[in-house]
Ligand binder design. Sequence first.
Ligand code: IPE
Ligand code: IPE
Ligand code: MG
Length: 232
Amino acid sequence: MNTLPKHVAFIMDGNGRWAEARNLPRALGHRAGAESVRRAVKFARLRGIQFLTLYAFSTENWSRPGEEVDNLMELMASFLASELPGLLENGIRLKVLGDRAALPESLGRRLSEAEGLTAGMTGMTLSLAINYGSRDEIIRAARRATDCLAASGRTGGQLTQDFFASFLDTAGLPDPDLIIRTAGEMRLSNFLLWQAAYAELFFSRRPWPDFGEDDFEEALREYGKRTRKFGA
Ligand code: IPE
Ligand code: IPE
Ligand code: MG
């Protein structure tokens, strides 16, 4: 029986290698990657996926050359501007995961505006992980959770999993059922470490710019064959 995952999360990897294999600058790989994002969002929406999460920029990606970082920031800003009408038209709610305080001011503002404008949409939730790292998210959550406990005279002993998770960037999202990583690498690279506790993992050799509908469908088919046990 083929069950559809409620929440699919992608580690979109391989833009650079895609470009290098074609003797193109990495920037063009990222641009092709943005096209692939459009395609994946559309496919997920039509296919009835309720939550789609995309890892776009990690807390470690700041260590790339300044030019590449600037290029990625600009690409995300222009992507947002061009896609916002489509999100509204298709009932897609945008949510941002990660620490936006360190992002260029205009990008941070645009992300917040887009979240506000799409807040009432119920068709699908698209989460973009930007300046996201799981360890950073967990530390930020731990600080706020313990402050909150202290403010009401409680101690660490009263911290529960649900209370803690309500301080994560993913608060309100179900845990990912399926995490797909492209471009052949088999690691999580600081993505959703808490939330991935029982996620099914799927690794595709395809670099992200080449990941198409057929590949997405294959991952869903494979997911449908898995037996999830949750330790029981
Ligand atoms: C993924 O592609 C995009 C980001 C991490 C921003 P990469 O840029 O990591 O591509 P490779 O891994 O170098 O091929
Ligand atoms: C993971 O890809 C981060 C994103 C997809 C945004 P990386 O290319 O940064 O990961 P590593 O360096 O191969 O682990
Ligand atoms: Mg990479």
